[in-house]
Design a protein around this ligand. Sequence first.
Ligand code: CAA
Length: 258
Amino acid sequence: MKYENILVDQRDNVGLITLHRPKALNALCAALMDELTHAIEKFDKDDGIGCMVLTGSEKAFAAGADIKEMSDKTYIEVMRDDFITANWEAAAKARKPIIAAVAGYALGGGCELAMMCDFILAAENAKFGQPEINLGVIPGAGGTQRLTRFVGKSKAMEMCLTGRMMDAQEAERCGLVSRIIADEDLLDEALDVAQKIAEKSLPSVLTAKECVNVAYETGLKEGVHYERRVFHALFAFDDKAEGMNAFIEKRQPKFSDK
Ligand code: CAA
């Protein structure tokens, strides 16, 4: 597939995807979402990739779904074409981790896309919001659900009802982002973290990600049971022996992903 709205690159074992529609603050049009889906699925299948980074520009991660493209759509069109479900959820479905490196605006679908990633590193200038209420709609790519799980009911309700933005400091305080990074260091730090993840044993990475996600989707008892089963299963892997022996022998592990 030819990419016209994203840039795709590989740095060591990290797949880097940059949203690149500068004239529209990376508004998430259908063509961009098709390309993003393709790129994520390709990296997810690539044995040379252990982690992905999704980023935008210094001014905008993404300013939301493309309002100009959406403005003429009717109920029957969005329902029939399965708008959002059709090509927006690759980040949430990927098995390998995806880090969102967010600078500038992450609004509406942009905030929702960042929340579909596994964690968010925010530049100091990042601004998050779900302003769909100002357009006479509501968040449609999981915002009412994921934001509530990230930040709790009170703040999610305020954000969705008023459409106000929160800055990086507030986003870190309420748990929406894992860390704030100086603007100029954001991408390097995200790539560095991603490479560290890529160097771990892939089965451990895939199962750790799955287990943390289960915490969102089930109750505690069921989640801990799931974790315990997966933890036991990892004892069948060569990488468990290698990781533990390396610790005992005071050396770095050499994982084979087996
Ligand atoms: N869709 C389409 N175009 C957009 C856009 C969007 N979401 N956001 C920005 N743009 C375009 C603008 O129309 C403008 O294009 P022109 O130069 O051709 O007029 C260009 O990007 C630059 O934008 P601004 O001039 O508005 O830039 P600014 O710095 O003055 O303001 C902003 C920045 C506050 C982010 C403002 O652009 C804005 O409010 N954007 C819309 C944010 C929004 O409402 N997002 C939610 C979309 S709905 C959604 O996402 C639904 C869902 O849940 C899936």
